[in-house]
Design a binder for this molecule. Structure first.
Ligand code: BGC
Length: 786
């Protein structure tokens, strides 16, 4: 133990007190031993610091801070170094506001495009997500400020997030849902990891011995602390035993008392508590040192706004550009239509909502850039269903008399939020109709799309150009203008697949699951791993994005054609900017196992590099691969394993790029000769070739290695502290309380957030209510309710 000297001076009560927050946003300190109370705040794409005067129930009450592009956007930069810069800036804002830990980044896998928090997560691919996250974490922590890497783990949905049990086999966890966290932990040692609300294979993540003690602490060597998501605490004694350090927020003495009692009664070994406190003290001391060194620190609001703009320009994705509609020309007249050109959607809703220091819009930015533009509102952003005749006609008139028309549309505030999953992939009906109507009067349509997740685009054939601005942060207007005008050459590439329909998504039949469980029957076939293996057409593939210049790939070379799995392999190739303007290209490297006994995705991303090239310039790119690039997780040996044989290395500009694709093969020989490869070809044959959308029970069971747990809570079981109002609504009194709660949510919420608030209340467990209400709703009231 690092801080034995301090710990030996603490009473049992003092030690236990460290394991619960001081209030909503602080850890406890201990004055007697010079340990200060430190502050934590959301995260992830900006600082949401609430002062003592701000009500925690009002998510929007917080100090102004730079709203950087959200995670879905920054992942499209494919540039961990750039996201390191963003992390540094976030760290500086924490220094000024005396916040010691920033609650981000979010790193859950995008299992379905419906997840309401996808805008806060990076990618459907763990390798990309983990590397971007590591850039972010290292950036923040380089300033002496910690992060909370969240939500650990398998929190890929908002529906029933506080009670749902994610059921998945170990291989799927190790290969898809955990590696992004693994990369972040190993490359950046986040000060804290936030355990997710949900259960994983039966146990709440905050009490999950396998997840916290085994995977995080033992296998990956995490040195920091685990804090619970807000209100996620269940049984604190189990939590502490199983690898958790701090429950957040405070339980006002209730849970500390339980810990003390457990130690006194011999149910919890005091040495475990000591280990937990040792780690907490370590974080407090680091935070104190930072605070001492940075009294009166001030960051540059201007500088950070400029950085937010730069990051957005490096991240937004150009998806279509026929007839070189873009970049815009100063000699043409453009109609700018759609309210989102003036009132952009630049961030998502929920705990991540930041009060921006400034906020721009694309129309003003285009004017500032000297473009000949005129604006018409076109639709009311608040009306997602129908178009206003008068506004539409004004926009059409303007469009008719312009050379081209730039149409701003997107998912509005009510479509994406923490606490609510989407039910479909549609844009607001009025926005889809708007594009169709405008296209009737001017065929030169350029669409600028905003939103934090994939949508369907029925109007796509009528758009000549399409810029996906995602959620671009407070400077998104200038970033859009920079890209449309060509001041910056687009270089973002999609970090997720855009499917052709919701029905095509791999987990369509399993998401968001049953009342009690959500089964991950699709196994490792998440995102492009499914579409590519099943050979499904998509709207836009993973890794796709255009530029105003062209690139040519050539000369792929491997450092060896035959290696052992303990050797490193260097892949080198050339990439040349063959167009007339400078630009950056994201080069992607995928690996295919040409023949395998266990089912595997047809290709997986194992390397990438973003390279800037002047017009005409050529560079040699090198990417190094190690064992993990070829390995799958072998449950027979509980380890990564390479099945000896031939692998193909693919270098390309997207997961489905044919034109630039380079390939080479390598023989890899295993050094784990005794390992037996699990063979599911007779027990679960549908997995071979990814025929996974209607997977029979027996096959899932074969891979899961145990019985499939019941999908509903047993109606004969009494309600307990983990039940919620939704569980209770089929009982006589439960129905009345449920209705009352829905009514209360209606009073609190507005049109944009009422669903989120309703879900937050009716899907919250009794345990969550006690934890989150900060003393208002007691354990006694909870048992009365139960
Ligand atoms: C969210 C976390 C957030 C925390 C504190 C929770 O509801 O899931 O992401 O950091 O609240 O606001």
């Amino acid at each position: 133990m690092k801080h034995q000297d301090l710990i030996s001076q603490m009473t049992l009560e003092e030690k236990a007190s460290f394991c619960s927050g001081a209030d909503y946003w602080h850890f406890k300190g201990l004055d007697r031993l010079g340990l200060e109370s430190i502050m934590v705040s959301d995260g992830p794409h900006g600082l949401r610091k609430q002062g003592a005067e701000d009500s925690v129930a009002n998510i929007n009450a917080s100090r102004p801070a730079t709203a950087f592009p959200t995670a879905v956007t920054t992942a499209c930069s494919w540039d961990p170094d750039l996201i390191y810069e963003m992390g540094q800036a976030l760290g500086e804002e924490c220094l000024q506001e005396e916040v010691s830990i920033l609650l981000g980044p979010g790193c859950n896998m995008k299992r379905s495009p419906l997840c309401g928090r996808n805008f806060e997560y990076f990618s459907e691919d763990p390798f990309l997500a983990g590397n971007i996250a590591a850039g972010y974490i290292n950036g923040v922590q380089s300033k002496g400020v910690g992060v909370s890497f969240k939500h650990f783990a398998v929190n890929s949905q908002e529906t029933r997030r506080m009670i749902i049990d994610a059921v998945a086999d170990e291989r799927t966890l190790r290969e898809i849902f955990l590696p992004a966290f693994e990369i972040g932990v190993k490359k950046a040692q986040p000060w804290t990891v936030m355990s997710a609300y949900n259960r994983l294979n039966g146990d709440f993540c905050s009490e999950n011995d396998w997840l916290l003690n085994k995977v995080l602490k033992k296998d990956w060597g995490h040195e920091g602390i685990v804090i619970t998501d807000w209100g996620a605490e269940g049984d604190i004694v189990e939590g502490i035993r199983n690898g958790q350090e701090v429950e957040m927020p405070s339980s006002h003495g209730i849970n500390e008392a339980k810990l003390v009692k457990a130690v006194q009664e011999g149910r919890l070994d005091e040495s475990i508590l000591d280990e937990r406190v040792d780690r907490i003290v370590d974080i407090i001391l680091k935070a104190q040192e930072t605070r001492k060194k940075n009294q009166g620190y001030k960051y540059s609001i201007e500088g950070h706004n400029e950085l937010a703009r730069k990051i957005a320009t490096q991240s937004m994705v150009l998806l279509k550009n026929e007839n070189n509609m873009l970049p815009l020309s100063k000699d043409k007249k453009y109609a700018v239509v759609g309210e989102m050109a003036m009132a952009p959607r630049y961030q998502g809703a929920g705990s991540s909502a930041v009060n921006p220091t400034v906020q721009d819009n694309a129309f003003d930015a285009l004017k500032e850039a000297g473009m000949n533009v005129e604006y018409a509102k076109g639709y009311e952003k608040s009306n997602c269903n129908t178009l206003d005749e008068k506004l539409l006609n004004e926009a059409k008139d303007l469009a008719k008399n312009s050379d081209a028309v730039i149409v701003f549309i997107g998912l509005t505030e009510k479509y994406e939020s923490e606490g609510v999953d989407r039910k479909h992939l549609d844009l607001p009906t009025s926005h889809n109709e708007f594009v169709e109507e405008i296209a009737k009067v001017n065929e030169n349509v350029i669409v600028v799309l905003a939103g934090g997740a994939p949508v369907l685009m029925p109007w796509l054939p009528k758009a000549k150009a399409l810029l996906n601005s995602y959620l671009g942060g407070q400077a998104s207007g200038h970033a859009v203008s920079d890209l449309l005008t060509g001041a910056v050459n687009p270089s973002g590439k999609l970090a997720e697949t855009y499917p052709l329909s919701l029905e095509d998504t791999p987990c369509y039949n399993y998401y968001p699951g049953n009342p009690a469980t959500v089964e991950h029957r699709e196994s490792v076939y998440v995102g492009y791993r499914y579409y590519d293996t099943a050979d499904k057409k998509v709207l836009f593939p993973f890794g796709y994005g255009l530029s105003y210049t062209t690139f040519e790939y050539s000369d792929i070379k491997l450092s060896d054609t035959k290696i052992k799995d303990t050797d490193k392999l260097t892949v080198s190739f050339k990439v040349k900017n063959t167009g007339k303007v400078d630009g950056a290209e994201v080069c992607e490297l995928y690996v295919t196992d040409n023949e395998s006994t266990i089912y595997r995705p047809s290709q997986e991303l194992k390397g990438f590099k973003k390279v800037f090239l002047k017009a005409g310039e050529e560079k040699t790119v090198e990417i190094e691969l190690e064992k993990r690039a070829f390995a799958y997780y072998n449950v027979n040996i509980s380890d990564w394993h390479v099945e000896s044989g031939e692998f193909t290395i693919i270098v390309a500009s997207s997961s489905r790029d044919a034109a630039n694709k380079l390939t080479a093969t390598v023989e890899v020989e295993t050094t784990q000769d005794k390992a037996i490869v699990p063979d599911y070809s007779t027990t679960a044959p549908s997995y071979y070739g990814a025929n996974i959308q209607n997977l029979p029970d027996e096959q899932f069971k074969a891979v899961l290695g145990r019985d499939i747990p019941p999908i509903k809570r047993d109606p004969n079981l009494p309600f307990d502290i983990n039940s919620n109002f939704e569980d209770a609504k089929d009982s006589k009194w439960g129905k009345k309380i449920y209705k009352f709660m829905v009514w209360v949510a209606g009073l609190i919420g507005n049109d944009d957030n009422v669903e989120m608030i309703t879900n937050a209340i009716v899907q919250m467990s009794m345990r969550g209510l006690v934890n989150m209400s900060q003393g208002i709703f007691s354990e006694k009231s909870a048992s009365g309710m139960i």
